[in-house]
Design a protein around this ligand. Structure first.
Ligand SMILES: Cc1cc2nc3c(=O)[nH]c(=O)nc-3n(C[C@H](O)[C@H](O)[C@H](O)COP(=O)(O)OP(=O)(O)OC[C@H]3O[C@@H](n4cnc5c(N)ncnc54)[C@H](O)[C@@H]3O)c2cc1C
Length: 477
C-alpha cells in the first residue's frame, strides 16, 4: 500500500502536547494502524498518538477541533465493523499504557478499570476474589474493555447474563470537544437527570473517549456443567433449543456450529468432533450446585428427546474448556480455509433462527458462495461467515449481494443487522433500514451536539453532511 505524506507541522503540535516519544509516524507504524480485524478495509492515518494522562486526551481533542483532524480511538483493533480504521486526515489514539485495574470493591461489587485492560485479565483478577464479570467475547484474551464498552460487546454467556451494557455502572469520558464528563456511580439506584451512560455504551468511539470505566461484578457461580450435543439435522438442534427455553431453563451458554464450521474446527483444533455432523450445540448451565444438577439432567433428556445423536459431557473444568474451544475457535478455524473471511453478525428473534439459517443457506446457493455459520443460538445472534477471496472481484461482488440479502432477510424476520459487532464503516449503508429515517436523524443530531466539528471517529455509523443540512424536525417514518 502506498503511504501518503503526513502533516509534519501537525505532528509537531501533537508532540508538544504528549511528548515526541508518544507519536508514531514511521511508514511501518502508520501501516500497522491502517487495519483492524475487519476484512477489506484499510486506510493510512497521519500518525498514531499515545496519550498517557486524561489531560493529554483532552488536549488532543482540543487540538483536533482547532486543526480539524479526526481522532480515531483504538483498543486492540479486534473490531469487526471497521470502528478503529482511520479515515481521511486522522490520527489513531492508542491506550497501551492504560492497563490498570484501579479498584475491586468487594462491598459494592464493582471494579474501576482503565480502558486498555484486556477482558480476560479482568476475569482472572475478579475470579481470584470469588467474583464474576460475565461478558466474554470470543476475543476476550486480546480485546480491551474500552473496545467492549464502545461496541457493547456480547459473548458466550449473554443468554443468561446479558452483554457489556448490563455491567457498566459509570464512565469517565472525554467529550469530542475536550471536556471531561463523569456519568454513573456505584449506586444501584440513581435517577438524577437524564441517564447519559447508555448513550455512550455502544457509541463506537464516536461520542466520547472512555478514560475510566466502572463495572458491576456479581458473585462467581458456585458450580457449572458443560456438554456438546451433536445432530444430523439443524432443525433438531433448533427444536432442542426451543424445548430448553420452554422448560424455563436459561443456560448461561447456548451456542451452535453448523456442518461447515464443525469440519473446519475439527481440522483446526482436533477436539474429536464427528465431521459428518450437521449441527452442534454447546450448552453450559451454572449457579447453585443443586440447581445446576437438576437443569443439566433435564437438558440432557431434552437433547436426547429432540434427536441428538451424541452427547459429550465435560467431566471437569479442563474438559469443559476443551469443549468450549470448539466454539471459541470457530472464526480462526474458518479463516484458514480461504484467503478472505468475512464474518457477519445478524440477529433475529430466537424463534426465527432455523428459518434464518435456511435463508442463509439458500442465499449462499443462489450466489454460489460458501458460508459457515455459528453463533449464539440462545440470543438469536448468528455469525454467517463467508469464505472467499477479495482478489476475485466477481466473487466479491456476489458475496456483497449475498450479504445484502442476508441483512434484508434478518430485518424481514423482525431482526437486526448487528447484534454485537457494531455498524462502523462496514454496515453504514444498512443502518437506515433498521433505524428508519427518524432514528438516523436523531442519531446525527446527538452526534452534532456532542461533536460539532465532527472530529471524533468521523465517518463511522453514518455520514454527516454539513451541519445546517439536517432538518430541525424529525421526518415521519
Ligand atoms: C476472533 C474474534 C472473536 C470475536 N468475538 C466477539 C464476540 O464474541 N462478541 C463480540 O461482541 N465481539 C467479538 N469480536 C469483535 C471485537 O473483539 C469486539 O468488538 C471488541 O469489543 C473490540 O475491542 P478492541 O479492544 O479490539 O477494540 P477496537 O477494535 O480497537 O475498537 C472497537 C471500537 O471501540 C472504539 N474504542 C476503543 N477504545 C475506546 C475508548 N477508550 N474510548 C472510546 N472508544 C473506544 C474504537 O474507536 C472502535 O470504534 C470478535 C473479534 C474477533 C477478531
Amino acid at each position: 500500500m502506498k503511504i501518503p505524506t503526513t502533516d509534519s507541522a501537525l505532528l509537531r503540535k501533537l508532540a508538544d502536547l504528549v511528548g515526541a516519544e508518544n507519536i508514531f509516524a514511521s511508514p511501518e507504524d502508520r501501516l500497522a494502524y491502517a487495519y483492524d480485524a475487519t476484512p477489506m478495509y484499510e486506510s493510512i492515518p497521519l500518525a498514531a498518538v499515545r496519550p498517557t494522562t486524561v489531560e493529554h486526551v483532552q488536549a488532543i481533542m482540543q487540538l483536533a477541533n482547532a486543526e480539524r483532524f479526526v481522532v480515531v480511538p483504538r483498543g486492540a483493533g479486534t473490531g469487526l465493523s471497521g470502528g478503529s480504521i482511520p479515515v481521511a486526515r486522522s490520527v489513531v489514539m492508542l491506550f497501551p499504557s492504560w492497563k490498570r485495574i484501579l479498584e475491586i470493591d468487594q462491598e459494592n461489587l464493582t471494579a474501576w478499570v482503565e480502558p486498555g485492560v484486556l477482558t480476560a485479565e479482568l476475569h482472572a483478577a475478579v475470579e481470584a476474589k470469588g467474583l464474576f464479570y460475565p461478558p466474554d467475547p470470543g476475543s476476550m484474551r486480546v480485546c480491551t474493555l474500552g473496545g467492549n464498552v464502545a461496541e457493547n460487546s456480547g459473548g458466550l454467556r449473554g443468554l443468561k447474563y446479558g452483554v457489556t451494557k448490563d455491567y457498566v455502572m459509570g464512565l469517565e469520558v472525554v467529550l469530542p470537544t475536550g471536556e471531561l464528563l463523569h456519568v454513573g456511580n456505584k449506586c444501584v439506584k440513581d435517577v438524577a437527570g437524564f441517564s447519559f451512560k447508555e448513550l455512550f455504551i455502544g457509541s463506537e468511539g464516536a461520542l466520547g473517549i472512555f478514560t475510566k470505566i466502572l463495572l458491576q461484578l456479581i458473585p462467581k457461580p458456585a458450580a457449572s456443567q458443560t456438554l456438546l450435543a451433536l445432530y444430523d439435522d439443524m432443525q433438531k438442534a433448533a427444536g432442542t433449543v426451543a424445548a430448553i427455553i420452554a422448560a424455563k431453563i436459561i443456560p448461561c451458554t447456548l451456542e451452535f456450529l453448523d456442518s461447515t464450521t464443525i469440519r473446519c474446527v475439527e481440522d483446526y483444533a482436533r477436539v474429536g468432533l464427528p465431521t459428518d455432523a450437521e449441527a452442534l450445540l454447546l450448552i453450559e448451565v451454572d449457579g447453585h450446585p443443586a440447581a445446576v444438577a437438576d437443569e443439566f439432567e433435564k437438558i440432557q433428556s431434552l437433547c436426547q428427546k429432540y434427536g441428538a445423536r451424541e452427547i459429550k459431557i465435560a467431566q471437569d473444568a479442563a474438559e469443559a474448556d476443551k469443549l468450549k474451544t470448539a466454539r471459541r475457535s470457530a472464526f480462526s478455524a474458518l479463516a484458514r480455509m480461504r484467503p478472505t473471511t468475512i464474518l457477519e453478525d445478524v440477529t433475529v428473534p430466537r424463534s426465527e433462527i432455523a428459518t434464518m439459517l435456511q435463508r442463509i443457506q439458500d442465499i449462499g446457493k443462489k450466489y454460489n458462495v460458501t458460508f459457515g455459520n455459528f453463533g449464539h443460538f440462545g440470543d438469536g445472534n448468528l455469525h454467517p461467515t463467508c469464505l472467499t477471496d477479495e482478489r476475485d472481484r466477481d466473487e466479491i461482488h456476489r458475496v456483497e449481494k449475498a450479504f445484502e440479502e442476508i441483512f434484508l432477510a434478518a430485518i424481514a424476520l423482525g431482526g437486526t443487522i448487528t447484534g454485537e459487532h457494531g455498524v462502523g464503516l462496514s454496515k453504514k449503508k444498512f443502518l437506515e433500514k433498521v433505524a428508519g429515517p427518524a432514528g438516523i436523524t436523531v442519531m446525527k443530531k446527538i452526534k452534532q451536539v456532542l461533536d460539532p466539528n465532527n472530529v471524533l471517529n468521523a465517518e463511522k455509523i453514518f455520514d454527516l453532511k454539513p451541519k445546517c443540512e439536517y432538518p430541525l424536525q424529525v421526518p415521519p417514518r
